[in-house]
Design a protein around this ligand. Structure first.
Ligand code: NAI
Ligand code: 15L
Length: 262
């Protein structure tokens, strides 16, 4: 069992879900973000840190056994917006982890690594990345960085290409991409405990309309219990009306500056 588990992005939506759901599971949860967080409760440490600061990130990783890396930009953005948090931040985190002897990192990658595939494609963990923008590319970089540190330095990496992790699905696309909070917790616990060196899995519930073959996650012990289909009547009609969004997996992340063949 890990003694101290670090969560980056702890002030964010999924960081707060993890804080709640992992409370008491490990002797110490170290919570970190560049933004303010709720004060530490018993069994918690709260450390404010901007991941673009290499020295501060090294200190953040000291004494840590496992990391849940959720800190960074979570939407498409300009290069300066993506570069610091998702590229420089990831480099600093993995290097800090190496220096601190961290055993494993569970990485919040994104479905936008493969956002330019059509929705009719059924992808598995071996699909060649087709990022739908700078954000998706930064996540593909994070996966490659994780691979470098896994195969070269032995830091285990569990890259979760998360679909849409929200309380409920809110449009037709999310009937395919939804990850319930309960299944999210299940998948993170697999990442923290399973035996692997480097893996890519999809962060999705057991959705009837899934775009992704998640057999790699099932092989490692993931057993999702939810299916977005129960929300179909409510959200089926919610489409963007833009063919780029509605036919490609990345949805609304695709159109803003798309100029390719479609
Ligand atoms: P969020 O935007 O609510 O949280 C991200 C957190 O990272 C924020 O609290 C922010 O302050 C922090 N952060 C940003 N730059 C930082 C920096 N330089 N140093 C330290 N902290 C920094 O996003 P959310 O929804 O909680 O997502 C968490 C992670 O999961 C993100 O990496 C996101 O890309 C990924 N993800 C989330 C999905 C979802 O459905 N919520 C889907 C796919 C991926
Ligand atoms: C993501 O990567 C985002 O972080 C999240 O906010 C959602 O937009 C999600 O993908 C999605 O594709 O629904």
């Amino acid at each position: 069992m890990h003694h101290r588990v670090l969560i980056t992005g702890a002030a964010g939506n999924l960081g707060r879900v993890l804080r709640e759901r992992l409370r008491g599971s490990f002797p110490v949860l170290r919570l970190s973000d560049r933004e303010e967080m709720a004060p530490a409760a018993a069994g918690e440490e709260v450390v404010r840190c901007d991941l673009t600061d290499a020295e501060a990130t090294k200190r953040l990783c000291a004494g840590v056994d496992a990391i849940l890396h959720f800190g960074g930009r979570s939407l498409e953005g300009s290069w300066p917006e993506v570069l610091g948090p998702n590229i420089v931040g990831a480099i600093n985190l993995w290097e800090g982890a190496r220096l601190a002897g961290v055993e494993r990192i569970v990485f919040a990658s994104s479905n936008h690594v493969v956002g330019l595939y059509r929705r009719t494609a059924m992808l598995d963990h071996k699909a060649i990345p087709k990022p739908d923008g700078r954000y998706g590319l930064s996540k593909a970089f994070g996966e490659d960085l994780a691979s470098l540190y896994a195969y070269k330095h032995g830091i285990k990496a569990f890259c979760m290409r998360i679909g849409s992790c929200f309380g409920n699905p809110s449009n037709r696309r999310m009937l395919s991409t939804w990850l319930s909070f309960a299944d999210f917790e299940r998948l993170v616990r697999v990442g923290l405990t399973a035996d692997y060196l480097f893996e890519i899995v999809y962060g999705q519930s057991r959705n009837t309309r899934s775009f992704w073959d998640n057999s790699n996650a099932y092989r490692l012990g993931y057993d999702p219990q939810d299916d977005a289909e129960i929300f179909a009547a409510e959200v089926e009609g919610k489409v963007s009306g833009n063919p780029l969004s509605d036919e490609l997996q990345g949805g609304d992340f695709v159109p803003p500056d798309f100029s390719g063949d479609f």
